[in-house]
Design a protein around this ligand. Sequence first.
Ligand SMILES: *Cc1c(COP(=O)(O)O)cnc(C)c1O
Length: 436
Amino acid sequence: MSPAPGPRSRRLWRRAQRALAGGVDSPVRSFRAVGGSPVFFARGSGAYLEDVDGRRYLDLVGSWGALLLGHAPAPVVRAVRAAAAQGMTFGAPSPREHELAEQIRRRDAALERLRFVNSGTEAVMSAVRLARGATGRDVVVKFAGGYHGHSDGLLARAGSGVSTLALPDSAGVPRAVAGATRVLPFNDPEALARLFEQVGETVAAVVVEPVPANMGVVPPVPGFLQSVATTAHRHGALVIADEVVTGFRLRLGTVHRELGLDADLVTLGKVIGGGLPIGAYGGPERWMRELAPLGPVYQAGTLAGNPVAMAAGLATLEQLSARTYRELETTSRELERRLNAFAAEERVDEFTVQRVGSMLGTFFAPGPVVDEPTASRTDRRRYARYFHAALDGGIYLPPSALETTFVSGATTVRDLDRAGPALRAALAAARKGRRR
Ligand SMILES: *Cc1c(COP(=O)(O)O)cnc(C)c1O
């Protein structure tokens, strides 16, 4: 195939840059992290995307994990069409809101009360506000490499030592706001214990992805998540399990409890919206009653609980069964096996795949990757060569080295068979020391 992007994508990119800030509505879409200019998509169907130049790609991003069932699954499309025809938004109660909440609670009984918002960012931001309101404390603890959306306080990176104040990770974030966030290394229970010894009584919440999927995929080491909850609870802090990615992605429900994380509040997004904008947070009535209108913590949304998004979420959840996850596991294991086999055959050194369910972290670095510093050792230039060769061969991978490769339920082993030669060529292109 000729190199992507094609002529139409290139033309659209020039035009988009004159209309949108940086040409995009979310920075990583710009391909800055891998070089070149982005592909513009016209449609998606099942496991495949088609760009505006008519080229087809096996989609291994799935809108950053949101599309568990692949593109445009018929039952979800039908439900969205029907819902849209009945009205796009009411800004008033409608039954699908509590129906979706009930369906989610069926899969995690601890989510006694839920609140829907429009994005994962809003879900985590609101859960943090709730934790602060409920505890009367200000400090939030997060882990380096964990992504919890782009709200001010969570765009913070660690200062020089673990007990120093966090620094803003973005211009426009007040130091005082970032300073209420403490950033710790993931998978390091001692660092957590030390911080809590020092300032434990000021901590409102620890927010953690049960399986971090925003620095590649980094499984928690045994005992780490248990110690997060034990330490936090001993000091009267809440635990927020950020399951915006993992919720309904790794199993039919949330994963934190299964992984030993005793969370107080849970955030959801991505999969539960079936591709429409959504976020949710929930927990025991005891905490959720702190929210207005019952309690003093304010949070609202014009389009929150949007009837079309609720319909997409309900139709998606209806499609999910234990079998969905068994099949995802089979396909994903097969992708992992092939990546490793091709890498070995093509003598690609220092290549590490870390897979949890249908999420794969691919690092051009020696493993194991256990935290942000080890993830950051990945060779971004090699990843860029891998990415572009895959793209030219009809495989759409995440356009950034530290993002996760997602397999959708629409992907089959046959799709992987077809993609095999391109995947192998992509790995060969990323061989160490080779130039583009
Ligand atoms: C994607 C993501 C978010 C943010 O969700 P948006 O819908 O992009 O705002 C928050 N937390 C985690 C773990 C995520 O992966």
